[in-house]
Design a protein around this ligand. Structure first.
Ligand code: SF4
Length: 93
């Protein structure tokens, strides 16, 4: 296989791999944090921030596409938090 052909094949394979990964990280489709759970209550997590300018979308612990309505949070593995939400460990990103 020529080097150019190898590179084309590698890029095509990488592209095919990225599509499912993107689907996995669609936080909008993940289970959402239950605001009544013990952890959420302990962190005072709410889906509408009571603090002007402090939202999950601009918190250092948030992950994923921060332009979406629901995002990931390092404190709640595999569950989505509201992008407009907030908790008592919010920290500016
Ligand atoms: S740590 Fe709190 S404020 Fe920050 S993203 Fe997670 S739930 Fe939202």
């Amino acid at each position: 296989m020529k080097r150019r052909d190898f590179m084309k094949a590698s890029i095509a394979t990488a592209g095919a791999t990225l599509i499912p990964l993107k689907a996995v990280y669609a936080w909008e489709d993940k289970e959402r944090v239950d605001v009544d759970s013990g952890q959420a209550q302990g962190l005072e997590y709410v889906e509408e921030s009571p603090v002007e300018g402090e939202y999950c979308r601009n918190c250092i612990h948030a992950v994923g596409d921060l332009e979406k309505g629901w995002v990931g949070c390092n404190l709640f593995p595999n569950k989505a938090v509201a992008a407009d939400g907030w908790c008592n460990v919010w920290a500016a990103r």
